[in-house]
Design a binder for this molecule. Structure first.
Ligand SMILES: [Zn+2]
Ligand SMILES: [Zn+2]
Length: 167
């Protein structure tokens, strides 16, 4: 069971070889429960570099993940890659070195809480809901900014029915 998982290593094997460097690509599905949507994670790559110390083995790990996220401002899908590293020390009392949990934690923490398609993202129009990066809709959305604007607002414009609540 344990020894069949590619992320679980026999302590003695690594010690006897004097260390180990492996590159793996675990199936993203294994980490799906760490994300709101299982499709978020597109690709995972892991590099594990074990070095043997006196009575322990040091692991320096690197995790790389490609994700499909949504812009916090306009909601458009966007693909981003993230990378992080971690260190672990395993005492020689262990029979196996199980890296599954530390990799899982690292992958789960890679996704940012907020992500923007671009720093200049204009977001969505509060009036018509359109993505303002794609098209300038021309809606009046500056009203909240200035009291002067409110005072000068002309209320004698004819209504344009059926436009305001279309999504
Ligand atoms: Zn955006
Ligand atoms: Zn608009």
């Amino acid at each position: 069971m344990q020894e069949n998982d590619p992320l679980v290593f026999k302590y003695a094997d690594i010690r006897d070889q004097g260390g180990l460097n492996v590159k793996l690509a675990p199936a993203p599905a294994a980490y799906a429960d760490a994300f709101d949507s299982p499709e978020t994670l597109r690709k995972v790559k892991v590099e594990l570099d074990f070095s043997v110390g006196g009575d322990s083995i040091l692991l320096e790990g690197r995790v790389y993940a490609e994700m499909e996220l949504f812009c916090s401002r306009c909601g458009d899908p966007l693909a981003r890659a993230f990378e992080d590293s971690f260190d672990e020390v395993y005492p020689d009392s262990l029979e196996y070195i199980d890296t599954r949990e530390v990799i899982r934690e690292t992958v789960a923490l890679l996704a940012p809480i907020k992500v923007l398609c671009s720093q200049a993202c204009k977001g969505r129009c509060l009036v018509c809901g359109g993505n303002r990066n794609h098209k300038a809709c021309g809606c009046q959305t500056q009203w909240a900014g200035s009291f002067e604007a409110l005072k000068n607002l002309k209320l004698d414009k004819p209504d344009k029915p059926g436009k305001k609540n279309s999504k």
